[in-house]
Design a binder for this molecule. Structure first.
Ligand SMILES: Cc1cc2nc3c(=O)[nH]c(=O)nc-3n(C[C@H](O)[C@H](O)[C@H](O)COP(=O)(O)OP(=O)(O)OC[C@H]3O[C@@H](n4cnc5c(N)ncnc54)[C@H](O)[C@@H]3O)c2cc1C
Length: 407
Protein backbone atom coordinates (compact mmCIF):
# COMPACT_ATOMS: atom_id res chain seq x y z
CA UNK A 1 0.00 0.00 0.00
CA UNK A 2 1.24 3.50 -0.75
CA UNK A 3 1.15 6.42 1.67
CA UNK A 4 1.91 10.11 1.28
CA UNK A 5 4.70 10.16 3.79
CA UNK A 6 8.13 8.59 3.68
CA UNK A 7 8.63 5.69 6.08
CA UNK A 8 10.65 5.59 9.27
CA UNK A 9 13.30 2.92 9.56
CA UNK A 10 12.63 -0.38 11.31
CA UNK A 11 14.57 0.88 14.31
CA UNK A 12 12.14 3.84 14.52
CA UNK A 13 14.89 6.35 13.79
CA UNK A 14 14.41 8.92 11.09
CA UNK A 15 15.91 7.45 7.89
CA UNK A 16 18.19 10.46 7.45
CA UNK A 17 19.83 9.78 10.83
CA UNK A 18 21.20 6.46 9.63
CA UNK A 19 23.42 7.97 6.97
CA UNK A 20 26.05 10.28 8.36
CA UNK A 21 29.25 11.82 7.13
CA UNK A 22 32.18 9.43 7.59
CA UNK A 23 29.98 6.61 8.91
CA UNK A 24 29.56 3.22 7.35
CA UNK A 25 26.56 0.95 7.56
CA UNK A 26 28.09 -2.49 7.07
CA UNK A 27 26.80 -4.97 4.53
CA UNK A 28 27.63 -8.62 4.06
CA UNK A 29 26.36 -11.80 5.63
CA UNK A 30 24.89 -10.02 8.67
CA UNK A 31 23.33 -7.23 6.68
CA UNK A 32 19.76 -8.47 6.65
CA UNK A 33 19.11 -9.13 10.32
CA UNK A 34 17.74 -5.66 11.04
CA UNK A 35 20.32 -4.74 13.68
CA UNK A 36 22.05 -1.37 13.40
CA UNK A 37 25.53 -2.22 12.21
CA UNK A 38 26.86 1.34 12.03
CA UNK A 39 30.61 1.40 12.58
CA UNK A 40 33.16 4.17 12.34
CA UNK A 41 35.34 4.37 9.26
CA UNK A 42 38.90 3.62 10.27
CA UNK A 43 41.73 5.96 9.34
CA UNK A 44 44.32 4.96 6.74
CA UNK A 45 43.92 2.73 3.69
CA UNK A 46 40.99 0.39 3.94
CA UNK A 47 40.03 -2.57 1.73
CA UNK A 48 36.56 -3.34 0.43
CA UNK A 49 35.54 -5.77 -2.30
CA UNK A 50 33.51 -3.14 -4.17
CA UNK A 51 33.32 0.66 -4.08
CA UNK A 52 30.46 2.56 -5.67
CA UNK A 53 31.13 6.23 -6.40
CA UNK A 54 27.97 8.33 -6.31
CA UNK A 55 24.80 7.88 -4.22
CA UNK A 56 22.19 9.25 -6.59
CA UNK A 57 19.54 6.93 -7.96
CA UNK A 58 22.17 5.08 -10.03
CA UNK A 59 24.56 4.39 -7.14
CA UNK A 60 21.77 3.48 -4.72
CA UNK A 61 20.30 1.06 -7.27
CA UNK A 62 23.62 -0.74 -7.67
CA UNK A 63 24.05 -0.82 -3.92
CA UNK A 64 20.57 -2.38 -3.51
CA UNK A 65 21.39 -5.09 -6.06
CA UNK A 66 24.86 -5.74 -4.60
CA UNK A 67 23.12 -6.28 -1.29
CA UNK A 68 20.75 -8.79 -2.89
CA UNK A 69 23.92 -10.71 -3.85
CA UNK A 70 25.29 -10.19 -0.29
CA UNK A 71 28.36 -8.45 -1.68
CA UNK A 72 30.17 -6.21 0.78
CA UNK A 73 30.66 -2.69 -0.56
CA UNK A 74 30.68 1.02 0.24
CA UNK A 75 28.96 3.89 -1.56
CA UNK A 76 30.85 7.19 -1.53
CA UNK A 77 29.21 10.53 -2.27
CA UNK A 78 30.57 14.05 -2.37
CA UNK A 79 27.31 15.66 -1.20
CA UNK A 80 26.40 16.47 2.41
CA UNK A 81 23.10 14.63 2.09
CA UNK A 82 21.70 11.92 -0.15
CA UNK A 83 19.35 13.60 -2.65
CA UNK A 84 21.20 16.92 -2.76
CA UNK A 85 21.47 16.78 -6.56
CA UNK A 86 17.65 17.00 -6.66
CA UNK A 87 17.40 19.51 -3.79
CA UNK A 88 19.74 21.86 -5.64
CA UNK A 89 17.67 21.90 -8.84
CA UNK A 90 15.36 24.88 -9.47
CA UNK A 91 12.54 25.50 -7.00
CA UNK A 92 9.50 24.89 -9.22
CA UNK A 93 10.83 21.64 -10.70
CA UNK A 94 8.52 18.64 -10.63
CA UNK A 95 9.44 15.31 -12.14
CA UNK A 96 8.12 14.77 -15.65
CA UNK A 97 7.51 11.12 -14.80
CA UNK A 98 4.53 10.31 -12.55
CA UNK A 99 5.13 8.57 -9.22
CA UNK A 100 4.39 5.13 -10.71
CA UNK A 101 7.66 5.53 -12.66
CA UNK A 102 9.67 7.19 -9.88
CA UNK A 103 10.33 4.25 -7.58
CA UNK A 104 13.55 2.27 -7.49
CA UNK A 105 13.58 -1.54 -7.20
CA UNK A 106 12.03 -2.81 -3.97
CA UNK A 107 10.32 0.39 -2.86
CA UNK A 108 7.57 2.15 -4.88
CA UNK A 109 7.52 5.94 -4.68
CA UNK A 110 5.19 6.79 -1.76
CA UNK A 111 2.69 9.07 -3.52
CA UNK A 112 -0.41 8.62 -5.65
CA UNK A 113 0.78 6.81 -8.79
CA UNK A 114 -0.49 9.45 -11.25
CA UNK A 115 0.92 12.53 -9.47
CA UNK A 116 4.19 14.24 -10.32
CA UNK A 117 6.53 14.47 -7.30
CA UNK A 118 8.43 17.67 -6.55
CA UNK A 119 12.22 17.60 -6.73
CA UNK A 120 12.40 17.78 -2.90
CA UNK A 121 10.10 14.77 -2.54
CA UNK A 122 12.40 12.89 -4.91
CA UNK A 123 15.43 13.91 -2.83
CA UNK A 124 13.75 12.71 0.38
CA UNK A 125 12.68 9.48 -1.30
CA UNK A 126 16.32 8.67 -2.22
CA UNK A 127 17.41 9.35 1.34
CA UNK A 128 14.65 7.12 2.69
CA UNK A 129 15.54 4.41 0.14
CA UNK A 130 19.12 4.26 1.42
CA UNK A 131 17.89 4.05 5.00
CA UNK A 132 15.16 1.47 4.30
CA UNK A 133 17.66 -0.99 2.82
CA UNK A 134 20.50 0.08 5.12
CA UNK A 135 22.71 0.87 2.16
CA UNK A 136 26.33 1.54 3.17
CA UNK A 137 26.53 5.17 2.08
CA UNK A 138 29.22 7.61 3.20
CA UNK A 139 28.24 11.17 2.42
CA UNK A 140 30.60 14.19 2.36
CA UNK A 141 33.23 11.91 0.82
CA UNK A 142 34.27 13.25 -2.58
CA UNK A 143 36.50 10.99 -4.62
CA UNK A 144 39.40 13.03 -5.94
CA UNK A 145 41.29 10.29 -7.79
CA UNK A 146 40.59 6.77 -9.02
CA UNK A 147 43.64 4.82 -10.15
CA UNK A 148 45.02 1.31 -10.47
CA UNK A 149 46.49 -0.46 -7.45
CA UNK A 150 47.88 -3.96 -8.05
CA UNK A 151 45.01 -6.15 -9.17
CA UNK A 152 42.44 -3.67 -7.88
CA UNK A 153 41.74 0.04 -7.61
CA UNK A 154 42.81 2.89 -5.36
CA UNK A 155 40.13 5.43 -4.48
CA UNK A 156 41.45 8.63 -2.95
CA UNK A 157 38.85 10.67 -1.11
CA UNK A 158 39.05 13.75 1.10
CA UNK A 159 38.32 11.36 4.02
CA UNK A 160 41.09 8.88 3.27
CA UNK A 161 42.06 6.19 0.79
CA UNK A 162 40.20 3.00 0.01
CA UNK A 163 41.31 0.00 -2.05
CA UNK A 164 38.68 -2.01 -3.88
CA UNK A 165 38.65 -5.06 -6.14
CA UNK A 166 35.93 -3.54 -8.35
CA UNK A 167 34.61 -0.02 -8.80
CA UNK A 168 31.27 1.26 -10.04
CA UNK A 169 31.33 4.89 -11.15
CA UNK A 170 27.76 6.09 -10.63
CA UNK A 171 28.63 9.77 -10.60
CA UNK A 172 26.41 10.60 -13.62
CA UNK A 173 27.92 11.57 -16.94
CA UNK A 174 27.17 15.24 -16.45
CA UNK A 175 28.85 16.89 -13.49
CA UNK A 176 30.73 19.76 -15.12
CA UNK A 177 28.61 22.58 -16.66
CA UNK A 178 29.38 23.16 -20.34
CA UNK A 179 29.51 26.85 -21.35
CA UNK A 180 30.75 28.08 -24.75
CA UNK A 181 34.21 29.66 -24.76
CA UNK A 182 32.85 32.96 -26.11
CA UNK A 183 30.91 33.47 -22.85
CA UNK A 184 33.98 35.15 -21.36
CA UNK A 185 33.57 38.01 -23.87
CA UNK A 186 29.99 38.88 -22.79
CA UNK A 187 29.47 42.51 -21.77
CA UNK A 188 30.27 42.89 -18.04
CA UNK A 189 26.81 44.36 -17.45
CA UNK A 190 25.19 41.07 -18.48
CA UNK A 191 24.64 38.61 -15.63
CA UNK A 192 25.37 35.04 -16.71
CA UNK A 193 24.81 31.70 -15.01
CA UNK A 194 24.51 28.04 -15.94
CA UNK A 195 21.11 26.34 -15.60
CA UNK A 196 22.60 24.34 -12.72
CA UNK A 197 22.77 27.57 -10.67
CA UNK A 198 19.22 28.70 -11.56
CA UNK A 199 16.73 28.51 -8.68
CA UNK A 200 13.81 30.94 -9.28
CA UNK A 201 12.84 34.21 -11.05
CA UNK A 202 13.69 36.39 -8.00
CA UNK A 203 17.36 35.56 -8.58
CA UNK A 204 17.29 37.12 -12.07
CA UNK A 205 17.63 40.93 -12.49
CA UNK A 206 14.81 42.85 -14.22
CA UNK A 207 15.12 43.01 -17.99
CA UNK A 208 15.23 40.57 -20.89
CA UNK A 209 16.65 37.10 -20.28
CA UNK A 210 18.28 34.96 -22.95
CA UNK A 211 18.19 31.20 -22.38
CA UNK A 212 20.78 29.53 -24.58
CA UNK A 213 19.78 25.92 -25.31
CA UNK A 214 16.24 24.83 -26.12
CA UNK A 215 16.23 21.37 -24.56
CA UNK A 216 14.15 20.32 -21.56
CA UNK A 217 15.97 22.52 -19.02
CA UNK A 218 15.90 25.58 -21.30
CA UNK A 219 12.21 25.13 -22.09
CA UNK A 220 11.17 24.56 -18.47
CA UNK A 221 13.19 27.50 -17.15
CA UNK A 222 11.69 29.64 -19.94
CA UNK A 223 8.19 28.79 -18.66
CA UNK A 224 9.27 29.60 -15.10
CA UNK A 225 10.72 32.99 -16.06
CA UNK A 226 8.07 34.04 -18.58
CA UNK A 227 5.71 35.06 -15.75
CA UNK A 228 8.08 37.82 -14.63
CA UNK A 229 10.54 38.51 -17.45
CA UNK A 230 10.80 39.04 -21.17
CA UNK A 231 12.31 35.71 -22.30
CA UNK A 232 14.25 34.69 -25.40
CA UNK A 233 14.86 30.98 -25.96
CA UNK A 234 17.72 30.26 -28.37
CA UNK A 235 18.46 26.95 -30.07
CA UNK A 236 17.20 24.55 -32.69
CA UNK A 237 13.95 22.76 -31.82
CA UNK A 238 14.71 19.30 -30.40
CA UNK A 239 11.24 17.88 -31.09
CA UNK A 240 8.61 17.15 -28.45
CA UNK A 241 6.28 14.48 -27.13
CA UNK A 242 3.02 15.14 -28.94
CA UNK A 243 0.64 15.06 -25.94
CA UNK A 244 0.21 16.65 -22.53
CA UNK A 245 1.85 14.31 -20.01
CA UNK A 246 -0.16 15.88 -17.17
CA UNK A 247 -3.52 15.53 -18.99
CA UNK A 248 -5.89 12.62 -18.21
CA UNK A 249 -4.86 10.42 -21.16
CA UNK A 250 -1.23 11.37 -20.66
CA UNK A 251 -1.13 10.34 -17.01
CA UNK A 252 -3.29 7.24 -17.41
CA UNK A 253 -1.94 5.76 -20.62
CA UNK A 254 0.37 7.70 -22.89
CA UNK A 255 3.20 8.27 -20.39
CA UNK A 256 3.36 4.50 -20.00
CA UNK A 257 3.64 4.08 -23.77
CA UNK A 258 6.54 6.58 -23.91
CA UNK A 259 8.41 5.85 -20.66
CA UNK A 260 8.04 2.05 -20.55
CA UNK A 261 7.23 1.15 -24.14
CA UNK A 262 9.59 3.44 -26.02
CA UNK A 263 12.28 4.66 -23.62
CA UNK A 264 12.73 1.35 -21.79
CA UNK A 265 11.86 -1.48 -24.20
CA UNK A 266 12.01 -0.20 -27.77
CA UNK A 267 14.86 2.32 -27.78
CA UNK A 268 17.76 0.19 -26.52
CA UNK A 269 21.25 -0.55 -27.78
CA UNK A 270 20.00 -3.93 -28.98
CA UNK A 271 17.42 -2.55 -31.45
CA UNK A 272 18.00 -0.73 -34.77
CA UNK A 273 15.50 2.07 -33.84
CA UNK A 274 17.34 2.43 -30.51
CA UNK A 275 20.76 2.80 -32.11
CA UNK A 276 19.34 5.28 -34.62
CA UNK A 277 17.68 7.32 -31.86
CA UNK A 278 20.93 7.32 -29.86
CA UNK A 279 22.85 8.80 -32.78
CA UNK A 280 20.15 11.44 -33.18
CA UNK A 281 20.22 12.27 -29.47
CA UNK A 282 23.96 12.84 -29.58
CA UNK A 283 23.41 15.63 -32.09
CA UNK A 284 20.11 17.02 -30.87
CA UNK A 285 19.46 15.97 -27.26
CA UNK A 286 16.22 14.54 -25.84
CA UNK A 287 12.86 15.73 -27.18
CA UNK A 288 10.86 18.07 -24.92
CA UNK A 289 8.85 15.96 -22.52
CA UNK A 290 6.65 18.30 -20.47
CA UNK A 291 6.80 21.56 -22.40
CA UNK A 292 5.30 21.90 -25.86
CA UNK A 293 6.13 24.64 -28.40
CA UNK A 294 2.54 26.00 -28.24
CA UNK A 295 2.85 26.49 -24.48
CA UNK A 296 6.05 28.46 -24.90
CA UNK A 297 4.41 30.64 -27.53
CA UNK A 298 1.32 31.28 -25.37
CA UNK A 299 3.57 32.20 -22.43
CA UNK A 300 5.19 34.88 -24.63
CA UNK A 301 8.58 33.18 -24.96
CA UNK A 302 10.36 34.43 -28.09
CA UNK A 303 12.23 31.80 -30.11
CA UNK A 304 15.49 32.33 -31.96
CA UNK A 305 18.07 30.02 -33.60
CA UNK A 306 21.43 28.99 -32.13
CA UNK A 307 23.68 31.61 -30.55
CA UNK A 308 26.91 31.46 -32.53
CA UNK A 309 29.04 34.19 -30.92
CA UNK A 310 29.12 37.78 -29.72
CA UNK A 311 29.05 41.20 -31.30
CA UNK A 312 29.96 44.20 -29.17
CA UNK A 313 29.59 42.02 -26.06
CA UNK A 314 26.03 40.95 -26.99
CA UNK A 315 25.00 37.41 -28.01
CA UNK A 316 24.34 36.95 -31.74
CA UNK A 317 22.10 34.30 -33.25
CA UNK A 318 22.84 32.33 -36.43
CA UNK A 319 20.58 34.67 -38.44
CA UNK A 320 22.76 37.63 -37.35
CA UNK A 321 20.27 39.05 -34.81
CA UNK A 322 21.86 40.57 -31.67
CA UNK A 323 19.97 39.98 -28.42
CA UNK A 324 20.05 42.96 -26.10
CA UNK A 325 19.58 41.08 -22.84
CA UNK A 326 20.31 41.73 -19.16
CA UNK A 327 20.87 38.06 -18.23
CA UNK A 328 22.06 34.93 -20.02
CA UNK A 329 21.25 31.48 -18.64
CA UNK A 330 23.38 28.81 -20.31
CA UNK A 331 21.16 25.75 -20.71
CA UNK A 332 23.92 24.13 -22.71
CA UNK A 333 24.34 20.88 -20.84
CA UNK A 334 27.34 19.26 -19.22
CA UNK A 335 30.74 17.75 -19.80
CA UNK A 336 31.18 14.25 -18.35
CA UNK A 337 33.43 15.66 -15.60
CA UNK A 338 35.45 12.45 -15.15
CA UNK A 339 38.87 14.15 -14.95
CA UNK A 340 39.45 12.54 -11.53
CA UNK A 341 39.50 9.11 -13.20
CA UNK A 342 43.15 8.23 -13.80
CA UNK A 343 42.51 5.00 -15.73
CA UNK A 344 42.51 4.15 -19.44
CA UNK A 345 38.72 3.95 -19.62
CA UNK A 346 37.76 7.27 -21.22
CA UNK A 347 37.41 7.91 -24.94
CA UNK A 348 36.73 10.97 -27.04
CA UNK A 349 35.26 13.94 -25.20
CA UNK A 350 36.03 12.24 -21.87
CA UNK A 351 33.16 9.76 -22.29
CA UNK A 352 33.65 6.23 -20.93
CA UNK A 353 34.34 3.41 -23.39
CA UNK A 354 31.97 0.70 -22.29
CA UNK A 355 29.43 -1.91 -23.25
CA UNK A 356 26.21 -1.64 -21.27
CA UNK A 357 28.22 0.00 -18.45
CA UNK A 358 31.17 -2.44 -18.31
CA UNK A 359 34.46 -0.72 -19.19
CA UNK A 360 35.75 -2.27 -22.40
CA UNK A 361 39.49 -1.80 -21.82
CA UNK A 362 39.94 -2.83 -18.22
CA UNK A 363 38.37 -5.42 -15.90
CA UNK A 364 36.55 -4.54 -12.70
CA UNK A 365 35.41 -1.02 -13.66
CA UNK A 366 31.73 -0.32 -14.31
CA UNK A 367 29.64 2.77 -15.02
CA UNK A 368 26.05 3.57 -14.14
CA UNK A 369 23.64 6.31 -15.15
CA UNK A 370 25.33 7.12 -18.47
CA UNK A 371 23.27 8.52 -21.32
CA UNK A 372 21.96 5.56 -23.32
CA UNK A 373 24.08 3.15 -21.27
CA UNK A 374 21.67 0.48 -22.42
CA UNK A 375 18.48 2.37 -23.30
CA UNK A 376 17.02 5.86 -23.19
CA UNK A 377 15.71 4.94 -19.73
CA UNK A 378 19.25 4.34 -18.38
CA UNK A 379 19.31 7.87 -16.96
CA UNK A 380 15.72 7.72 -15.71
CA UNK A 381 14.48 6.61 -12.33
CA UNK A 382 12.35 3.87 -13.84
CA UNK A 383 15.14 2.46 -16.00
CA UNK A 384 18.17 2.54 -13.77
CA UNK A 385 17.27 -0.66 -11.90
CA UNK A 386 17.68 -2.88 -14.96
CA UNK A 387 21.24 -1.61 -15.55
CA UNK A 388 22.04 -1.91 -11.84
CA UNK A 389 20.81 -5.51 -11.76
CA UNK A 390 23.01 -6.38 -14.74
CA UNK A 391 26.12 -4.77 -13.24
CA UNK A 392 25.62 -6.31 -9.80
CA UNK A 393 25.22 -9.68 -11.56
CA UNK A 394 28.53 -9.22 -13.39
CA UNK A 395 30.30 -8.27 -10.16
CA UNK A 396 28.82 -11.31 -8.39
CA UNK A 397 30.05 -13.55 -11.24
CA UNK A 398 33.55 -11.98 -11.02
CA UNK A 399 33.61 -12.61 -7.31
CA UNK A 400 32.63 -16.24 -7.74
CA UNK A 401 35.46 -16.69 -10.25
CA UNK A 402 37.96 -15.01 -7.91
CA UNK A 403 36.92 -17.04 -4.88
CA UNK A 404 37.05 -20.34 -6.76
CA UNK A 405 40.49 -19.37 -8.16
CA UNK A 406 41.78 -18.58 -4.67
CA UNK A 407 40.76 -21.99 -3.47
C1 LIG B 1 16.23 18.96 -14.52
C2 LIG B 1 16.13 17.47 -14.57
C3 LIG B 1 14.90 16.84 -14.39
C4 LIG B 1 14.81 15.45 -14.46
N1 LIG B 1 13.59 14.86 -14.29
C5 LIG B 1 13.48 13.51 -14.38
C6 LIG B 1 12.20 12.88 -14.22
O1 LIG B 1 11.18 13.53 -14.05
N2 LIG B 1 12.15 11.53 -14.30
C7 LIG B 1 13.26 10.76 -14.53
O2 LIG B 1 13.12 9.53 -14.58
N3 LIG B 1 14.46 11.34 -14.69
C8 LIG B 1 14.61 12.68 -14.63
N4 LIG B 1 15.84 13.27 -14.79
C9 LIG B 1 17.00 12.41 -15.15
C10 LIG B 1 17.67 11.70 -13.95
O3 LIG B 1 16.70 10.99 -13.22
C11 LIG B 1 18.40 12.66 -13.01
O4 LIG B 1 19.35 13.41 -13.70
C12 LIG B 1 19.11 11.92 -11.85
O5 LIG B 1 19.60 12.87 -10.96
C13 LIG B 1 20.29 11.04 -12.35
O6 LIG B 1 20.73 10.24 -11.28
P1 LIG B 1 22.22 9.69 -11.17
O7 LIG B 1 22.30 8.90 -9.93
O8 LIG B 1 22.61 9.07 -12.45
O9 LIG B 1 23.10 11.02 -11.06
P2 LIG B 1 23.08 12.17 -9.96
O10 LIG B 1 21.71 12.36 -9.43
O11 LIG B 1 23.76 13.34 -10.59
O12 LIG B 1 23.97 11.58 -8.80
C14 LIG B 1 25.37 11.46 -8.94
C15 LIG B 1 25.96 11.48 -7.55
O13 LIG B 1 27.37 11.30 -7.67
C16 LIG B 1 28.02 12.15 -6.76
N5 LIG B 1 29.37 12.40 -7.25
C17 LIG B 1 29.73 12.95 -8.44
N6 LIG B 1 31.08 13.00 -8.55
C18 LIG B 1 31.57 12.44 -7.41
C19 LIG B 1 32.88 12.19 -6.91
N7 LIG B 1 33.98 12.51 -7.61
N8 LIG B 1 33.00 11.64 -5.67
C20 LIG B 1 31.91 11.30 -4.95
N9 LIG B 1 30.65 11.52 -5.38
C21 LIG B 1 30.48 12.07 -6.58
C22 LIG B 1 27.15 13.39 -6.70
O14 LIG B 1 27.34 14.09 -5.48
C23 LIG B 1 25.76 12.81 -6.83
O15 LIG B 1 25.14 12.58 -5.59
C24 LIG B 1 15.96 14.66 -14.71
C25 LIG B 1 17.20 15.31 -14.90
C26 LIG B 1 17.28 16.69 -14.84
C27 LIG B 1 18.63 17.35 -15.06
Amino acid sequence: MQSDTLPRSRSGRDPADLVEAGNLIRTGADAFDGTDTTVSASSGPERVPVAVIGAGQAGLSVSYHLKQHRIEHVVLDAAERIGDVWRNRWDSLKLFTPAKFDGLDGYPFPAHRDTFPTKDQMADYLEAYAAKFRLPVRVATPVVRLSRSGAGYRIETTQGTIEAGSVVVAAAGYQAPRIPDFATGLDDEIVQLHSRAYRNPSQIPDGPVLLVGAGNSGAEIAMDLAKTHEVWLAGRPVGHIPFDIAGFMGRKLLVRVVVRGMFHHLLTMRTPPGRKFRAKMQNRGMPLIRTRPGQLERAGVKRIGRITGLQGGLPVAEDGKRIDCRTVVWCTGYHPGFDWIDLPVLGSGGHPRHRFGKATDIDGVYFMGLHFQYAVSSTMVSGVGRDARRIAGWIAADQRVRSSASG
